[in-house]
Design a protein around this ligand. Structure first.
Ligand code: AMP
Ligand code: GLY
Length: 426
């Protein structure tokens, strides 16, 4: 089969790597891809958000199956547009992608179907939002832009002045464009966070291995929020008992709710959970694989990824198709100096061969490109250096040793990925 993967990050590189092992997988194309995928795939310079151009290219090139990985094209209806041309694709249609694309939609869904989440109200004007925050008078309070905002649309406000600034920034100054014309004001919850990705075919849901992201830029969970600076899987806080509870109280009710809404979810549904003292709560849904969660989950997946993807599309998913190898994976993201703020690009990268020579190691490329045959940096998050091993300590030791063998000017990475998980007994 001729496969096209849409997207360009570490998540997409991991998907390409796994698809390449599939029995039925022939040629793989990535639109637009990055500098690290050349061995397994052909990169085609078309932007992931250019729905018309992507669909036309797939039709012209007789692509048999498409994997739409990022949130924006899913929210724009790329899967619907491909279906209109008769091309099957992995990922939710536009109606189902609302579970991520609109926080108000997601919160309403949870309210109507009794799915546990933080207490909240939504507003489409700044005045009433501030009145509500003042009346509640509880800080910190969480302010979220309704729409997609590159992972930056969530602000935790410690006092009234910060809340005012957040509301003004989103609703009046339009920091996130239309994404902030509605906001969700939410109760602040505490507890360990867990990411659970699940394959869904509209009706059947098969959860993958749990994972733990590290969203802040600096050690000790300091600094700004990022797309994710590292991950480990499985997440030691997510016990079997908790998994059973989440399945009954959150996962299955969500799948049934989407069916009942006439928007059955097909694809990868991402549950961002917080394990509070009062039980698990949904912090967010994503309509796609997480990045860098994918980099630690898929390497441990047993079974044929292309077959699982197609079963999701065709409505024939069986939970026994989704199994995981014993063991642990850790991913350390190497970022450009300055990320998530301003950073330089075009810096040469070296040491990759030495890094992957270590047993159980893979380097997934995110912000890289080939320039005259030379690999250079091209984004904020540059590489996801991943190791699998029997224990978390071993996976972390190997991943950090691999990081030590890689060089580009100004590289920065967190030194404490997995420390919390180790303390929790991972
Ligand atoms: P999100 O983009 O919705 O995943 O939010 C980004 C991060 O903000 C989450 O990973 C949490 O750490 C934090 N967060 C979001 N909502 C809440 C909440 N209600 N209480 C506490 N922290 C939150
Ligand atoms: N790592 C978080 C996300 O992909 O949204």
């Amino acid at each position: 089969m001729k496969i096209a993967v849409i997207g360009s990050g570490g998540r997409e590189h991991t998907i390409v790597d796994k698809l390449a092992q599939s029995k039925r997988c022939g040629e793989i194309f990535v639109l637009p891809g990055n500098g690290g995928m050349a061995r397994q795939a052909t990169c085609v310079p078309i932007k992931a958000t250019d729905v018309d151009a992507v669909v036309a290219w797939c039709a012209d090139n007789a692509i048999d199956y498409v994997v739409v990985a990022p949130d924006d094209p899913l929210a724009l209806g790329m899967v619907d547009a491909l279906a209109r041309r008769g091309i099957p694709a992995f990922g939710p249609d536009k109606a189902a992608a609302r579970i991520e694309a609109s926080k108000v939609f997601a919160k309403d869904l949870m309210k109507r179907y009794n799915i546990p989440t933080a207490k909240w109200e939504s507003f489409d004007a700044a005045g009433p939002a501030m009145d509500y925050i003042r009346t509640e008078g509880r800080y910190p309070v969480v302010v979220k832009a309704d729409g997609l905002a590159l992972g930056k649309g969530v602000l935790i406000c410690e006092n009234e002045a910060e809340a005012q600034a957040a509301i003004t920034g989103m609703m009046v100054d339009k920091q996130f464009g239309d994404s902030g014309s509605r906001v969700v004001v939410e109760e602040f919850l505490t507890g360990p966070e867990v990411s659970v990705l699940a394959f869904c075919d509209g009706e059947t849901l098969a959860p993958m291995l749990s994972s733990m992201d590290h969203k802040r830029a600096l050690d000790g969970d300091k600094g700004l929020n990022t797309g994710g600076m590292g991950t480990v899987a499985p997440n030691p806080y997510y016990t079997d008992a908790m998994a059973a509870r989440c399945m009954a109280e959150i996962f299955l009710p969500t799948v049934r709710a989407m069916q009942a809404e006439g928007a059955p979810f097909k694809g990868c549904l991402y549950f961002g959970l917080m394990l509070t003292a009062d039980g698990p709560r949904v912090i967010e849904y994503n309509c796609r694989f997480g990045d860098p969660e994918t980099q630690v989950v898929l390497p441990l997946l047993q079974g044929d990824l292309l077959e699982i993807f197609m079963a999701c599309t065709e409505g024939t998913l069986r939970p026994d198709m989704v199994a995981f190898a014993p063991g642990v994976a850790a991913c350390v993201v190497m970022a450009s100096g300055g990320y998530p703020g301003k950073y330089e690009t075009g810096l040469p990268i070296s040491g990759l061969d030495e890094a992957v020579a270590l047993p159980g190691t893979a380097v997934y490329h995110a912000g890289t490109k080939l320039e005259d045959g030379r690999l250079v940096t091209a984004g904020g998050r540059v590489l996801g250096v991943t190791a699998t091993a029997e224990t978390l300590q071993k996976a972390l030791d190997t991943a950090y040793e691999a990081v030590g063998r890689i060089h580009f000017e100004g590289a920065h990475w967190r030194r404490d990925i997995g420390q919390k998980a180790l303390q929790a007994g991972g």
